[in-house]
Design a protein around this ligand. Structure first.
Ligand SMILES: Cc1cc2nc3c(=O)[nH]c(=O)nc-3n(C[C@H](O)[C@H](O)[C@H](O)COP(=O)(O)OP(=O)(O)OC[C@H]3O[C@@H](n4cnc5c(N)ncnc54)[C@H](O)[C@@H]3O)c2cc1C
Length: 410
């Protein structure tokens, strides 16, 4: 089949890589003049690392495999410690740029047409022989169209394909994630295999080792960035705010006595420490989320804020689910039915993540006595249950229907 994917982010590239491997003719349209390999580090849970293994992109060599996730109070007291080695597979933190480059390596890069912006969608008229409508086409900015058997909108949190299908906007959560690029941290912040989360009334602070001695630092605060100079671009980006961001973070988190909290604020003095704001928003997860021979994937279908570390994971799960659906023998005869099957299969896990993200955790301070009362083993079991529910692929159980060798597209 001919497939046009809009957007060369993690989701679009993973989909293109899998579909190309399966024998489909794939083109990826990316509005940016080059692949957008910037951003902070993303956490990959076992389902996503399994998907990447299938795509021959070994996640562990791109970043840091984590062994523990610890929750502490603002003054550094340990509250919970989760054993990530019991998560059912590798948990890896990886700089987003490393992931984008690895997914685009080899033949996949030649599928990408950069500097090509999708301005809309033409859904194609009903055809006479079924197949859920005629061939759709992406309408290109500046004129021209890219027609295909199937169009996949993987164009992120401000998706043009979604706008054409549903016309709805991202719903802000009222909180913002401020993050630094992955930085070498010296000795004050551990770059080992433990990821730290400190939660207090001011918000959350996360410190994630992501390989090569680098640590990703981020702060979540319950407020919108003041948008004096415009709003954050798709997926986030530099944002000017009337209150200088470093000043804001020092004011909110300056009273936290944990050594890591102080070390994180000290990083703001590093000339490389350019703060980026991610305005937190969610998309409603429509059912179905596509129409005819057009569908959505990743943030375009179900954008969620970064705090649950699920955006990249769900995009990778979607990419694998889409490839499975288009591999079915009936897909070529009825692409629309195959797309609806993909959406039905993906809906439960994405709706769960979306619902959990709606219950915005930033600034919600649970009593420390309660957190300390939960045994670490019980907390690890809860995490494992959550990961099972939000993945098609966790705990090493390769469920029936996943790709086997010799399983090629028609
Ligand atoms: C540059 C960048 C940096 C990011 N940094 C972080 C981060 O530090 N932490 C974090 O948690 N998340 C980050 N994200 C978001 C994160 O990558 C996604 O939430 C997640 O990986 C799901 O990816 P996606 O492929 O669905 O969307 P995205 O990764 O957002 O990719 C969408 C792609 O579509 C392209 N695009 C958008 N509109 C059009 C159009 N009309 N026509 C053609 N192409 C279009 C975009 O340029 C982009 O390349 C970042 C996203 C981007 C684009």
């Amino acid at each position: 089949m001919e497939v046009v994917v809009v957007g060369a982010g993690v989701g679009g590239l993973a989909a293109a890589r899998g579909l190309h491997r399966d024998g489909h003719a794939v083109v990826v349209l990316e509005e940016a003049p080059a692949l957008r390999a910037s951003g902070g580090a993303v956490t990959l849970w076992p389902g996503a690392t399994a998907v990447l293994d299938d795509l021959e992109v070994g996640a562990a060599r791109l970043g840091r495999r984590l062994a523990r996730m610890e929750r502490r109070s603002p003054d550094g007291r340990p509250l919970l410690s989760l054993d990530l080695r019991a998560a059912g597979g590798a948990v890896v933190t990886v700089p987003r740029g490393h992931l984008v480059d690895a997914l685009a390596a080899g033949a996949t890069r030649s599928l990408v047409r950069t500097g090509t912006r999708c301005a809309g969608l033409s859904e194609g008229a009903e055809d006479e022989d079924g197949g859920g409508g005629g061939r759709p086409a992406v309408l290109l900015d500046g004129g021209g169209r890219a027609e295909a058997d199937v169009v996949v909108g993987a164009d992120g949190a401000r998706s043009a394909v979604r706008a054409a299908l549903h016309g709805d906007a991202l719903r802000p959560t009222g909180a913002t994630t401020w993050q630094l690029p992955p930085l070498p941290t010296g000795t004050a912040v551990d770059d080992g295999d433990t990821c730290l989360l400190l939660v207090g009334r001011a918000g959350m602070l996360g410190l994630n080792p992501c390989g090569d001695g680098l640590v990703q630092v981020w702060w979540d605060v319950r407020r919108q960035p003041a948008s004096g100079a415009g709003e954050a671009p798709a997926g986030g980006g530099p944002l000017d705010a009337p209150e200088e961001p470093a000043h804001l973070l020092r004011r909110l988190f300056g009273g936290w006595r944990a050594p890591e909290a102080r070390a994180a604020l000290a990083l703001l003095d590093d000339p490389r420490a350019r703060l980026t704001a991610y305005e937190r928003g969610t998309y409603r997860v429509h059912r179905p989320w596509g129409r005819g021979r057009a569908t959505l994937l990743g943030d375009a279908a179900h954008a969620v804020p970064p705090a649950l570390a699920q955006g990249t994971n769900q995009a990778l799960e979607d990419a694998a689910a889409l490839a499975r659906a288009l591999r079915r023998p009936s897909a070529a005869a009825d692409p629309a039915a195959a797309l609806r099957a993909y959406e039905r299969a993906s809906h439960p896990r994405t709706a769960l993540v979306s619902e959990a993200s709606r219950r915005e955790p930033t600034g919600r301070v649970l009593p420390e006595a309660l957190l300390r009362a939960v045994p670490d083993r019980a907390a690890t079991a809860l995490l494992r249950g959550w990961l099972r529910a939000t993945s098609d692929r966790t705990t090493g159980e390769r469920t029936a229907g996943h790709r086997t060798s010799g399983d090629r597209a028609a």
